[in-house]
Design a binder for this molecule. Structure first.
Ligand code: CUA
Length: 148
């Protein structure tokens, strides 16, 4: 009887925490992702011209396309201190987009655009790598960010 009360009590506490978190604190899964036709990535702005675009004072947009087994562009130079919004999509299958040594880690899904904004304060080289198994060349799927 004691354990039954303990179990039901735990469940009640758990559901209360989830409920407060979701409805009162607004912790919801990401939604409202931009959709894109994966077969028309090459014709759809901004992905028809992948790369770094200056959007404001020290602000940039980095538009990248993932496809088996590379990223376009394969290498990009970012000025130190720049605030960069990375937009990434894929033409074929699910890929990953991890920038090693940072908290940038996105799943790249066909049909969607994923975004992450980060300020690059330190000069150096960063490796972008695919951390979702995407096929035979998965282990070679990398790109490079140089902060200069
Ligand atoms: Cu792309 Cu693994």
């Amino acid at each position: 009887k004691i354990w039954l009360i303990f179990g039901i009590g735990s469940l009640f506490i758990f559901l209360t925490i989830v409920g407060v978190s979701a409805f009162a604190k607004g912790n919801q899964p990401p939604s409202g992702l931009t959709t894109i036709d994966p077969e028309k990535v090459d014709q759809t702005p901004p992905f028809n011209k992948p790369g770094l675009v200056k959007t404001g004072d020290n602000e940039y947009q980095l538009n990248m396309v993932a496809s088996a087994f590379s990223y376009t562009p394969a290498q990009v130079e970012i000025p130190k201190g720049a605030k960069v919004t990375i937009n990434v999509t894929t033409k074929d299958v699910i890929h990953g987009f991890e920038v090693v040594g940072t908290n940038i880690n996105m799943m790249v899904e066909p049909g969607y655009v994923n975004s992450f904004t980060k300020t690059f304060d330190k000069t150096g080289e960063y490796t972008i790598l695919c951390n979702e198994y995407c096929g035979a060349g998965h282990h070679m799927m990398t790109a490079r960010i140089k902060v200069v």
